[in-house]
Ligand binder design. Sequence first.
Ligand SMILES: [Zn+2]
Length: 253
Amino acid sequence: MAILSGCRTHTGCRYILMSAMTKDENQRLAAVKTLQALVEKKLNIGTSGNVSVRTIEGMLITPTGINPALLLPEQIVAMDLEGQVAEDQLTPSSEWQMHADVYREKPDVNAIVHCHSPYATILACAHKSIPAVHYMVAAAGSDEIPLAGYATFGSKELSQANLEALSGSLACLLANHGQLATGENLDQALKLAELVEEQAHCYWGTLAIGGPRLLDSQQMNEVLAAFADYGQQKSTNGLPPVKKTDQTLRGKE
Ligand SMILES: [Zn+2]
């Protein structure tokens, strides 16, 4: 699939050509590393997780059924958002529809991480969203991390349920399935997936000792307002909001 855009000044400009190739290669390598990081961070086991990153033509997404440790950058699948895959590529993740629909409906999202991390999956199997059990829940964009209703994996119905859950959130749990996190880039999406798992673990733990004492809406609004302020600062140094708020707020504790 063509991924190059020509130089607008010089016909056949190799500098622009090489820059475009490097970006594609970098994105492929980042996708491989992100999938492998899910295993290293114990957010994923086996071949169930998948990651993608937006491109000009659509997206790059991990192939189905490949051991992350053996995955090569050239095996990452380039496809458009309608499901068209160029020839001579591996079969894309069975969840490509869920990824494609997010890119189509949410222009701010440039990367997606989906995994079956243990505690997020436990809550998803109990049909529980993650309430305001800890202030860092707000890093996902609202006062809870929502739960998408159940639908068969890989289906359009699951994609629709996921989109509905993401209407006010950057991440969600998928009922009887796992979790999905979005970001402006793969690093952000991976960090948010980690945060979702951390919050799921926290909530699960409180449920085991009598239940949490939740933050109220005013307390969470104050956190969300503080996060928004930090988010404005990030535009000057390029740091993702989740990472920055996490570092900043924890640094004050
Ligand atoms: Zn899955």
